[in-house]
Design a protein around this ligand. Structure first.
Ligand SMILES: Cc1cc2nc3c(=O)[nH]c(=O)nc-3n(C[C@H](O)[C@H](O)[C@H](O)COP(=O)(O)OP(=O)(O)OC[C@H]3O[C@@H](n4cnc5c(N)ncnc54)[C@H](O)[C@@H]3O)c2cc1C
Length: 408
């Protein structure tokens, strides 16, 4: 039996649930989300949950800002906690050039109404008393961002969307997609769904779904580690939660998790995962960690934060993370396929997923984007991009994740 809906969203991570939530907020009722396994079972469940107002590319800062707003709104709409900790963030300047770039961003934050200050090393030490500030030029400080519970935020949006009429089918993978007589047919083990619009929000799996339609999307997965420490007495003794520190020197991000630290590392020799295809039985799994690859970077984190070095390691989580050649998502319509939309390729999907769901849902509602954001349009990549070139660009983007682009 074929079920008809207006919109089918494929993928129940934070991004798919955000699209679903925003569609219902904008009045769409006949919307259905299909999830292969359980909500969050892709990359979302193991994400550190960092959400910052500091956009790597200043042009997508609005997506970061709207993401935190979205999660807090979804918490109110659903009554389900998103676990937001407004501990703030410090983006360290290790060169004068970085500091100058941070200063240039001040008017943008004034315009967005977000508290943002460029602070001197002495003030960094007051904000984060455990950080070694020697050699720093300063930092960009956003006092009111922090981290969320990524699963909590996903479920809050899903609950709120459901209460506005959306439906969610779990354990229901979309196995085949085709366009027939002007509508999309989605084949699942539980029957066929026909939809006017399809949103592919299936992260690195989107590459495989899109390939059935003759599309070669530049999306691949890399391994990405986070290190969780045991209790750190110096942290536990402070009377406040310390902010997340993003350090171009390591490069890494490190925040407080309970009375310990949680550190995400961007190593210089990253490893791709499942380039030839995602294993069909891949479930809520972590990959084998490789501390040797992380070691030079962790040593740098220890120099900056000696209390990290003296703490025992509680866990090392290695999970797949989706990347595009420029690190920005593919968000918007596929110009060659009517009614097909992409919300995939998110490397910073917790940080930008909430705002991206809004951006896409408004575009679907209004027929045009609310504002120009070519840096996320799927059409920005040439179909002539070879796999080798694509993988090289992704690697470079991952490694240079904390180096500010010269312009955007
Ligand atoms: C260790 C680690 C730490 C991270 N920390 C952060 C962080 O602090 N902040 C941040 O912003 N980002 C972080 N990330 C990245 C973040 O996890 C991702 O950007 C985000 O989860 C992507 O969300 P998504 O919804 O696009 O994809 P996913 O969460 O992967 O969701 C895709 C969903 O699609 C489903 N699916 C796939 N194929 C099908 C199909 N055929 N039919 C139906 N459903 C299907 C999957 O089961 C899955 O649930 C981290 C990543 C890693 C690995």
């Amino acid at each position: 039996m074929t079920e008809r809906v207006q919109v089918a969203v494929i993928g129940g991570g934070i991004v798919g649930c955000s699209v679903l939530y925003w569609l219902t907020k904008l009045g769409w009722r006949d919307v259905l989300l299909l999830e292969r396994r359980e909500l969050t079972s892709g990359s979302t469940w193991h994400a550190a949950g960092n959400v910052t107002y500091f956009g790597h590319y200043s042009s997508i800062t609005q997506l970061y800002v709207n993401s935190i707003k979205t999660y807090l709104q979804a918490e109110q709409d659903s009554g389900h906690s998103v676990g937001f900790h407004a501990a703030g963030s410090l983006r360290l300047a290790t060169t004068g050039k970085e500091l100058a770039a941070y200063r240039r961003l001040t008017p943008l934050y004034e315009q967005l109404g977000i508290e943002y200050r460029v602070v001197a090393p002495q003030e960094i030490g007051e904000i984060h008393p455990l950080l070694v500030t020697d050699g720093l030029f300063g930092a960009a400080y956003t006092p009111s961002d922090g981290h969320v519970d990524a699963s909590g935020a996903t479920h809050a949006m899903a609950i709120a969307a459901r209460s506005h009429g959306a439906r969610i089918k779990r354990q229901c993978p979309a196995s085949h997609l085709k366009r027939d007589k002007g509508v999309w047919q989605i084949i699942t083990p539980k029957g066929t769904i026909s939809a006017e619009h399809v949103v592919l929000a299936a992260s690195f799996w989107t590459r495989e779904l899109a390939r059935q339609l003759g599309l070669d999307l530049p999306l691949y997965a890399l391994e990405h580690h986070e290190v969780v420490t045991e209790r750190v007495p110096e942290l536990a003794e402070l009377d406040k939660e310390v902010p997340t520190v993003r350090d171009p020197y390591a490069p890494s991000n490190i925040r407080q998790e309970g009375d310990g630290y949680l550190c995400g590392v961007y190593e210089s020799n990253p490893k791709f995962w499942a380039v030839e295809g995602i294993p069909t039985d891949f479930a809520e799994e972590l990959l084998v960690p490789d501390l040797d690859r992380l070691e030079p970077h962790l040593l740098r984190v220890m120099k900056r934060l000696p209390s990290f070095g003296s703490a025992g390691i509680k866990a090392v989580n290695n999970g797949p993370i989706c990347y595009t050649p420029d690190g920005c998502p593919l968000l918007g319509p596929v110009e060659t396929h009517d009614g097909l939309w992409l919300a995939s390729g998110f490397a910073i999907g917790i940080g930008t997923g909430g705002g991206s769901g809004e951006y896409l849902a408004r575009w679907m509602s209004d027929g045009e984007p609310a504002y120009d954001l070519p840096i996320v349009y799927p059409s920005r990549f040439s179909s002539a991009l070879t796999r080798e070139h694509c993988l090289n660009l992704i690697k470079d983007t991952y490694v240079k994740g904390y180096i500010l682009p010269s312009s955007d």
